[in-house]
Structures are given as C-alpha cells and as structure tokens.
Design a protein around this ligand. Sequence first.
Ligand SMILES: Cc1cc2nc3c(=O)[nH]c(=O)nc-3n(C[C@H](O)[C@H](O)[C@H](O)COP(=O)(O)OP(=O)(O)OC[C@H]3O[C@@H](n4cnc5c(N)ncnc54)[C@H](O)[C@@H]3O)c2cc1C
Length: 835
Amino acid sequence: MSVLLLLISALVLIYLGIGGTVAAAVMAIATVVGLFQDEWHLLSIIFGGIFLALALILVIPGDLRLDKISRPLLGWVRSRLPKLSDTEQEALSSGSVDWDGELFSGKPNWNKLLDAKPAHLTSEEQAFLDGPVEKLCSMLDDWKITHEHYDLPDKVWKFIRENGFFGLVIPKEDGGLGFSNTAHSEIVMKISTRSVSAAVTVMVPNSLGPGELLMHYGTDGQKQHYLPRLAQGEEIPCFALTSPVAGSDAGAIPDKGIVCKGEWNGEEVLGLKVTWNKRYITLAPVATLIGLAIKVYDPEHLVGETDEVGVTCVLVPRDTEGVNAGARHLPMNTVFMNGPTWGTDVFIPMDQVIGGQDMLGKGWTMLLECLSIGRSISLPALGTGAGKVASLATGSYAYTREQFGRSISQFEGVQEALEPIAGYTYMMDAARLLTSGMLDRGVRPSVPSAVLKYRNTDLMREVINHAMDVVAGRGVITGPRNFLARAYQAVPIGITVEGANILTRSLMIFGQGSIRCHPFIVEEIEAAGMEDEDKAAKKFDGIFYRHLAHTTRNALRAFLLALTGGVIESVPRHGEIIRHYRQLARFSAAFALMTDVTLLTVGGGLKARQRLSGRMADCLVHLYYATAVIKQWHEEGYPDDQRPLVEWSLKTCLRDLQDSMREAIINFPVPALRWPLRLLVFPLGATGLNGPDDSLGTKVSRTIVEDTPVRQRISRGAYTNMDPEDPLGRVLNAYKLANETAGMRGRLHEAIRNRDEDELDGIALLMGHERKELVDWACAEGVVKADECDKLLEALEALYDVIRVDAFDEDGLKALSRCAKGKRKVVERSPKEET
Ligand SMILES: Cc1cc2nc3c(=O)[nH]c(=O)nc-3n(C[C@H](O)[C@H](O)[C@H](O)COP(=O)(O)OP(=O)(O)OC[C@H]3O[C@@H](n4cnc5c(N)ncnc54)[C@H](O)[C@@H]3O)c2cc1C
C-alpha cells in the first residue's frame, strides 16, 4: 500500500511538473505515512528511502547540496558531456531556436505553432512573381540552355541583371528589392519549375555569398560600394569555401592568407597574401567578385599577438593579378556556371576582408550565421519546385496515357507511385513555408535549416524517381519534349551541395539539435566549461535538478501517453486531427527522453554513433514535417479537400517516426538500456501506426490526376503554360482537352467495344494513327455530335502528341554535336585540376 501511495504521488507530481518544496513535502509525507501504515517490508524500505532522498535533495540547504551532491555530480557530468572543438562551439552558438526547441522539449506548445505569424507575400512581392518572374520563366528553354547553349542566353542574363534578380534580399536602401525570405523562396521555386540551371544562377547570389555576408558584417564602405553593384548585377559574386582536400570537412581548408604589407593601387598598405585552390564553385567562371574562405596567419604579428588568426572571409576582385577562374565543371548536364578558382600569393588589402580588419578570424561564425538562412531557402525551394512539376506533369500524363484501353492512372500500381508524388510534394511545401515564415520573424533556424535541406532534397529524389517510373519511356528519352529528365539529373546536386545529405543526417541534425535545442544542456555545458569551480558548481546546481525532473517527466509522459493513446493529453481540436496531435505529443516526449538518455550514456561518443544519430535525426524530421503540415492546413483554414493529403502526411510521418524510434531503441549502443527504453516508449509493442491505407492512398493519388482545386493547390507557385509546343505546356494542354472530351472519348471507346464483328475499321483506326478517319467514323456513326467532332479531333491529336518522344536523324545528331563543339573552348578543364 505504501509503495503504491508513494508511486502515485510521485507520478502525479512529476507529470504535472510540480517540483521544489511542494513536491518534497508531499513525497516526505507520503513516505512517512506509507512506512508507518504498512508492515516494514523490503519494497517499502527501498522506495521510501529513494523518495526520502529525493525529497531531501529538494529541501536540503543550498550550500550543503552544492558541496555534497552537485559538485561530485558535475565531475561525472563533465565526463559524459561532448567535448566541443572551437568550430563546433561556434556552430552551436550560431542561429536561434524556435519550433524545433518545442519538439525537443517533450511537451510542444501547440499554440506556439498555430499562432506564429505565417509565411506571407506582400502585394509588391506577388506582383514581382506575376511580372518579371513569369516573364523570365517564359524566356527559358531548358533544352536549348542545357544541350545547345551550355549557358543561359545573353538576353536572359541581361533580364536577370536588369530586373534585380541578383539583389532580391539586398535592402532597398542599398539598391536591392528588399524582399522577404518567403518571397525569395517562392521566386527560386518558380524558376526551378522551369529550369534548374536558371534557378541556381539566381539563387546563389541571394544565398550564402558576398551579398549576404556584406549585408550582415560588411563595413559601411564595403556596403556602399558593393551592395548596389551586386543588386544591379554589375558585379557577379561567387563564394568559394570547398577545396579538393576539404570537402565536407570545411574546417580543414588549406587555403591561407598571410598578413603582410604589399602594393595596392600604387600605395603600400597592410593586407593579405592569399593562396587558394577551390573547386565546385557556383558562378566562379563568370564571377567578377570572388568571396573566399581562408585561414589567416600572422607570423610577423602585424595585427596581433597570435600566429594563427583563424578562418576569415575575403573578397577578391576577379581582375586582381594572379586570380584564376573561368574553366567550367558540368554538373549533371545542368549548365549553371560552376568551376574551380585558384591563385598563389595574390595580394589584397585589409579593406577586402569582409567586415574589415576587425573581422579577421571571425569567418566561421559569419558563415554559420548566414548559412542557416540560405540553406533554409535555396535547395528546399528547388526540391519543392521539382515536386510541383512532377505532380502536375505526371498526374496529367497518367490521366492522358492509355494502356489496355484505360487511363494508366486507374491502375492501382500506378496509383501507388502517384500517391507519394502528391503527398511528399504537399509535405515539402508545408515544411518550406513553416521555415520561411520563421525566417521572416527573424529566427535564424540552424537546426530546421539542416532538417529542411536534407529532407526536401531527399523527398525530391523520391518524387522524381516515382514520376520517372510512371512516365516510363517518355521520361527516359531526352530531347526538347522531355519534361522530367533534367530534374532527375539535378537530384544528386541537391543531395550534395550545402552540406552533403549523409553528413547532414548522420552528424549535424541530431548532433547539433540535441544540444542547441535542449532546454538545459547548453547551460550545463557552459557550467562544465567554467574555470572557476565554485561558479561552475553553482550554475550547475541551478540547472541539473530541473534537467533531472524534465527527463523523468518525459519518461513518464512517453510511457503514459503510449499506454493511453494520448487521451490524457490536452491538444487542439481544430481540424479534427486529435488522434494525430496525441501521437505527436507522445513521440515528442519519447524523443526528448531518448535525447537525454543518448546524451547521458553516449555523450561525446555521439559523433561516432552515426547510425543512432541518423535515426534520431529522422525522428526529428518526421516530427517537424508532420507539424509543418498541420500549420499549413491551419493557415489555409482547414479546407476539406486537403484532408486526404493532411491525413496521408500525418500517417506517413507517424509510421516513419515509429519505425525510426524503434530502430534507434533496438540498436541502442548500451544494450542494458534497450529493454527499459522499449518498455517506456513502446509498452504495447512498437506497432500500431500503420501509415496510410489503400483507400486513403487512392484518394491522394487522385489529387493530382483529377482536375480539382486541390490539384491547383499542390502545384501552386509553379510556372505553367498551355503552349502545345512547350514541354510541360504540351502535357497540360492535352490534359485539359482530355478532360473536356472525357464524355466523347468514353462513348467512342464504348462504340468500338460494341462494334459488329465485321466492322473492324473502328478498332483498326483507333489502334493506328489515323485520328481524322476515326473521328469522321465516330461522327458518321453518331457516336459524337456534329458540333463535337472538331474538339474530339483536337483532343486526339494532342493525346497522341503528348506520348511522342524525340528522335534525331543523322543531321540532327550532327547539329547537336556542332553545338557542343562550338562551346568547347569554354568547357576546357583547368590546368590545376589536371595536376
Ligand atoms: C554542383 C556543385 C556546386 C557547389 N557549389 C559550391 C559553392 O558555390 N561554393 C562552395 O564553397 N562549395 C560548393 N560546392 C561544394 C559542396 O558544398 C561540397 O561538394 C560538399 O560540401 C561535399 O564535399 P565533397 O563533394 O568533397 O564530398 P566529401 O566531403 O568527399 O564527402 C563524401 C561523402 O562522405 C560523407 N561524409 C563526409 N564527412 C562525413 C562525416 N564526418 N560523417 C558522415 N559522412 C561524411 C558526405 O556526406 C558524402 O556523402 C558545390 C558542389 C557541387 C557538386
């Protein structure tokens, strides 16, 4: 009886988050009453002892607790906490925490999600999208760009420059358009639905690079000189971090700058002698202003006392003597400018250090602060854009393409592939908007930016792969008619750049998030790192017991919410998705518990436990995407036609979340903890969340096949036209005509099926290519009315045209190879790369 009494009082206190003296008093009373009521058996003594000890810790006089408990504990905690390098320390202190922090807390405050100001476009931004962006998209012929010109046409470059595309986010007072992050994302996304090469060309100057760095850290002189020129496209920037030896391990760059005196514009000034060898640099071949990350050394102590000053960002004008750039890489047949740059002992004055001499050695912090912005926008927008095109084109194509006498969209196998195309595109869009909304509120979301970059590019791959399966041969044969191949080829670029996905998933997301977003760990690390032992113990004493209570509460919440299906949790009622909210609350508690157990047991060894870190990253990804979908649906007013997509997304995320957590537990690196964790997180077994069922899957696949407002919603923001000569327009036009003539074509099919045995002409005509004769036959037979005949013929012609692929005769192939040869001089490899 006493054990039960104690347990219940402790559990209620913990669950309600009541601590301090109130908790101590309740537990002490319960212990004493319990001990005196029952016989003194062993369990009573053990539990009573534990609870009394806990109660004592809470009420024990501060000084005594500090010396006898907190100080020794700090020593133990020190040995468990990850040891951080300077770079990691800087990474952790960069950026800010928002919704990601709630997911790590174990008890997300749903109002914080639903009430947050959403992503929004001003009328000026919308007008830019409807005007210059629409016009730019109409100027882009991706086949010609990627296969004939190997570049954007001159008039496109001119249009991009003159219309401010390179200064989207530069403030108006500095000559830019001063657009929001959401507008930036929408613009890049729309262009990417037309041409990845053009989208990357526009995205890079607006993302991490000289512009962004100058806006945040530039001296007044640098801002005044460079920002207007960058905004107007008078300067083309690039930013070079990656070197052949240091790819992902950017902290290991060998590129260096030696502080020295040198000549600049005829005067002797203090500056840097810079040596670099960088590759894969976007826009480098045409850049006039090369941003470089280098390590600065000061052997003669001209600027300070230390030899090694640290990572620094500098700007090198292209026309400086000794600068090499111009040769091009060709990344997967996309032809945005990309190539190596190198130079040896090139002198630049201190004025060319971004932020001036004061910012020597602060480059890493600058890069990390700015990285979270660009990484939240560029590639997530590109991934979503690819999803939108794939949804529109594949849904349309599947509807129009007939096999075995039926639209292929009616085959369950094809529906299984259409389902994730629609569902994942909806999820990518929701996550993109949740994050750009955060950016517009001034958040610098370092962890969500990694989540979004990794997941949207990964989902882009999923979506495009499924689309290729559906479109089949028509997607495989490249040429001016193909509407998918270039997006398919671009997938690995997205996966690789701005933090390659394997590294991002298995090292960065959870590695950073578990510390950065944790409510207590950052302060504990700070306490552990303090040199003054008394101050350290005091700071630690103020945090550790709250941390302990937090962990215990999450363990209890995870267990009870799993047992009860979350019915004891209070969640929002909007949208009637209470079940999903409850499961998300449950998994958030389990995720927080797992985070604490991981940090306490694996601690600094987490970097080497990448399978665990990757699975925990996946858990966060699924929590983030599920809640992003809820937020987006909320912002749109819970339209009922989106319900299948919302349900599908939530069920998919919850199933995947369950699987990732289960995998993390059954492979947990400390075997003794596997069963306890399993018991707490999955007391009823690690099953039950089965993902979307077939009937929901069919509904979702229809959202991109049927001509409804929800199809428009999924593809919202993509560039479209109805030009039958355009690769996407051709499919959309055929889709429209197919819908308009659905009744007629149905009657035609039926008439052919019911034809007399000797009346073989009809079927022969349908199976052949004589569409005119077929329509004449249908009109003569009265299958379609006289005023329908032209429309039917137009539709049949369009439906045939849409399945055609390109074939090049010998002259055609020679012409293509002439195009390639004509550009040979530009496409040569750099001498540096060859050595
Ligand atoms: C088209 C293109 C454009 C680019 N544009 C620019 C640019 O403008 N400016 C610029 O500075 N850079 C640019 N990059 C460089 C890009 O950011 C790097 O390619 C990227 O950082 C990866 O480096 P790497 O290719 O050398 O891969 P590597 O570093 O060799 O990595 C190989 C694999 O190992 C994994 N890996 C590496 N370390 C770890 C680890 N510790 N834990 C787990 N996995 C790990 C990676 O995820 C990857 O899968 C561009 C690259 C490309 C391809």
